[in-house]
Design a protein around this ligand. Sequence first.
Ligand SMILES: [Mg+2]
Length: 365
Amino acid sequence: MKITSVDVVQVEVPAYDPPFVWRKGLSGSEPAVTGAWLVLKTDTGIVGLSFTGRGAILQDAVERRLRAELLGQDPLAREYLWNRLWESDRMERYPVALMSVIDIALWDIGAKAAGMPLHQLLGSFRSEIPAYASTVTYSSIEEYLDVADQCLELGFTAIKLHAWGDPRQDAKLSLALREHVGPDVPLMYDGSAGFDLLDATYVGKALAEADYLWYEEPMREFSVTAYKRLAERVDVPLMVCEVAEGAHMATADFIASGCAGAVRAGPGLRGGITGAMRTAHLADSFLLRAEIHGGGLAARHLCLAISNTTYYEALVDSNPVRRPAEVDASGNVTATTTPGIGWESEWALNGVPAALLEMGAVNFH
Ligand SMILES: [Mg+2]
């Protein structure tokens, strides 16, 4: 098989509705952006697709380097192409998510060629997985407790907080939530890199006291030493290496330092499906879990394929809480059953993007 064209189809993505806040408004839901589909056509008629919310960046990288890199190549040679991209990253310094966009489209082709949903091609481990409710940032402890009640009523069996990034308030909230839901609901806390070592230690002590399952990304992930010191000072498992560059190789250093209670993997930030699987296998050899970062179609396939993962991350983004469409009434998630990643099954619900129809990228292989 050969790649015969490499196209970027830009599309306007409306602002997230309703918008939400992240931490103390430092970031939040995306405004309207120009996203893009990466469309890889092949000489067999199979088309590989992948999407990014950073359309202009993808367009630039494709025009300058990636089209020439991919044209004429065998799209099933994913390991070769992953390593080619990795080498060119040395000069290009791609945004961390960009390699993933390419890799996901290649896996879409591979799974379509095999006639299987992606998780089956990867080697299915399970047919469904529980989702945890991953909250946005709400205004008060009382609102969080109300949201937690709604999540449990909707079928969720575990809850992860994204709070304000204020160590004292976040610690108070974490303790109040444990008190509120009782001892049996798994709880997690995600700091979204809001703290330095001193504040991260303060919050970590509260999370240990409240028996949290994991303490995720309390600090920026540039200093493995800071994470090592945090792990020595707190008694809650640290969930590490979500956004650090370096795919599975950065994860290796976190593990080697001894700080990792578990690690992040995922389709977006750890080198695509290829990088996520490498990360998961690396973690597995240390008997560590590799929990998938973020939701979406590709994440769902990884959740079904990776043995040492336990949850799907489902964003709870409003109050009243809406149950995300992919989560069932028991709080579980499964993957699409059509060959490939399954973009086509989403379109069956929401319509095919007009720009893809126009260029003949959609042929439902
Ligand atoms: Mg996170």
